[in-house]
Design a protein around this ligand. Structure first.
Ligand SMILES: *Cc1c(COP(=O)(O)O)cnc(C)c1O
Length: 381
């Protein structure tokens, strides 16, 4: 039998139909009819001032770094337990990521350790909503306001999640979504920048359109189109937007099915947690999440290796991430840590992600059985 993959991109069935429409429309560059539909959907569903599709969440973070006016030597406070792009988008501007440890419950940045990391060079606080579960945003926004800092949310994993009823990505000045095929709503490679601060919206359009005022020109707001600022080409073509539109139409249903899979894991693993065999994810009271990920925490790096190997022998692919950025070669070169990275180091060694994709429903019991066996084996060893 074929092994159960860790991830399998879900197609709604309308992607090719919309791509064919884009083809028929004859508008294949960016900001055509499908991009406009996606922008309108994002603005309606999140309430952000302006949503802009990008090639990736990485591109959206690069735009955010430019919009925040990040300069060489500026410091960006962020967790080390995250994907490389969170840091790289700012390192590319010569800025220095300053890592703060994570909370042991949600694995999000520990909001109580942020203030100690602030210096005269701090420019941005960059919370990452791990697994689509919100960081403690009220505290973070309060710290930012008191110190005059910009907040950029890495909400790559956070579409359709909320913090106290507010969509993730809309609470800071800027937010970034990912539509990479490993995320909940996909376009292959894709992303979006949410511009929540209206003062940044016009410049965001310019930076996204190669530093030109082309968007204003198309809307008839200026009478010629010219080079006005720095920028790059951050807008995806219509084929990508057409694919993404098929996914956005189904976003609610996709999230509901993911939540059902997540809850099935969570219920099935309750007794193992009770027996001290693993720890399950924690979702704070005021967060509603999107079931981006189901992970468990094991006892040690050694046990995790054994569990992964055993599950693989039983035909189930379970994986781990991240190598904390402070211990990665480029992290040691370009960034620094503030305080101990105790929880980051310990938890990243112990975390195991279980398969979670639409269609897994029929095989989810097999994953659970394989995990059970693997845990017993690792205990006996
Ligand atoms: C996936 C991810 C990214 C990068 O998204 P891309 O769309 O692949 O550029 C950035 N940050 C986090 C936390 C992610 O999970």
């Amino acid at each position: 039998m074929n092994p159960i993959p860790f991830n399998k991109p879900f197609m709604t069935g309308r992607e090719l139909w919309y791509i064919a429409q884009a083809h028929t429309n004859g508008h294949l560059s960016g900001d055509g009819q499908f991009t406009k539909k996606c922008h309108a959907w994002l603005e309606q569903h999140t309430g952000t001032h302006r949503a802009l599709l990008t090639h990736s969440c990485t591109a959206a973070l690069e735009m955010a770094a430019l919009l925040a006016g990040v300069q060489a030597g500026d410091e960006i406070i962020m967790p080390s337990y995250t994907f490389v792009s969170t840091a790289n988008a700012f390192v590319m501007r010569g800025a220095v990521p300053v890592f703060v440890d994570i909370r042991p419950d949600t694995l999000n940045i520990d909001e109580h350790k942020i203030e100690a990391a602030i210096t005269a060079r701090t420019k941005v606080i960059l919370p990452v909503h791990y697994a689509g579960v919100a960081c403690e945003m009220d505290t973070i926004m309060d710290i930012a306001a008191r110190h005059g800092l910009i907040v950029i949310e890495d909400a790559a994993q956070g579409i359709m999640s909320h913090y106290k009823g507010r969509p993730l990505g809309t609470i800071g000045h800027l937010g970034a979504y990912s539509f990479h095929e490993t995320k909940n709503i996909i376009a292959g490679e894709g992303g979006a920048l949410l511009v929540n601060d209206p003062q940044l919206a016009e410049r965001a359009e310019i930076i996204r359109e190669k530093g030109t005022n082309r968007s204003l020109f198309f809307r008839g707001q200026v009478d010629k189109y010219t080079w006005v600022d720095v920028g790059s080409s951050y807008l995806p073509g219509e084929v990508i937007a057409a694919f993404l539109w098929a996914q956005m139409e189904e976003a609610q249903a996709i999230t509901a099915r993911r939540l059902a899979l997540w809850q099935r894991y969570h219920a099935a693993l309750a007794s193992l947690e009770h027996d001290g065999l693993l720890r399950r994810p924690v979702v704070p009271q005021d967060c509603s999440h999107n079931a981006h990920m189901y992970y468990i925490l094991l006892d040690s790096l050694e046990q995790r290796g054994a569990v992964i190997a055993s599950m693989k022998r039983q035909g189930v692919n379970a994986v781990f991430h991240y190598v904390p950025l402070h211990s990665a070669p480029a992290g040691r070169l370009h960034a620094r840590s503030c305080g101990s990275m105790e929880h980051t180091d310990a938890l990243s060694d112990r975390l195991l992600r279980l398969p979670l994709w639409l269609g897994l429903e029929e095989q989810q019991d097999q994953v659970l059985a394989a995990l059970h066996t693997a845990l017993l084996e690792s205990r006996a060893a």
